[in-house]
Design a protein around this ligand. Sequence first.
Ligand code: PEP
Length: 254
Amino acid sequence: MRTPLIAGNWKMHRRISEALGLAQTLAESLSGTSSPGREVVICPPFTALLAVREVLKGSSIILGAQNLYPEPEGAYTGEISPTMLADLGCRYVILGHSERRQHLGETDEFINRKVQAALANGLRPILCVGEILEQRERGQEVGVVATQLRGCLQGVQTSQMGEVVIAYEPVWAIGTGKNATPEQAQTMHQNIRQVLQSRFGEEVANNTRILYGGSVKADNIDSLMAQPDIDGVLVGGASLDVTSFIRIVNYQPA
Ligand code: PEP
């Protein structure tokens, strides 16, 4: 049984006071309407992690970060280590997001180092994979995602896979308002399970949570979550709006 996971990626939004307000409202709203058996994670920017951690004390919402640098410490100006994130109380970390691949040139090899560093420090990676529009138009999406998965999971042990969450995020659907259909997402999630099966075996393939991300909103969550291989969602824009995010957390599979 895979516990559904709803993760909010706040990206580079919200100053500390705003982040506090958003986290507090979420914590209060979800304590009343909490959906048992669903994991809820929020990933504020680094600058707000400490403040948000305090607000989340006593709530079931889990703290996550949006990135890390794959070294414990050292001369890496401007970077944040996995030990620092663990120290801040983070449990999850988003890795390999397409915005970082696109704007910061992150490669599968570099992301792989981050995945390993996260696991070595007790952080659960939410590993993002997904094709760009041209690749989908050329029918290359299955191969592209398989290559990303194999590259980013290189050297990861079968015994560590219980800590890993995969997020399928077709790049053409992120922040565009154009989401993959539930059927497109389901098909890709099945392909991802096949890649996991060939690399780690059936148990890992069956137990790994695979999230969908890309313009998830209050009005499409129910049909996405009705798909058997969609185990949750990674939400960008809609996670900044309390009403939308609460509705997403409280989805009712259609
Ligand atoms: C994301 O940031 O991972 C994302 C899916 O963004 P959005 O929901 O805004 O498309």
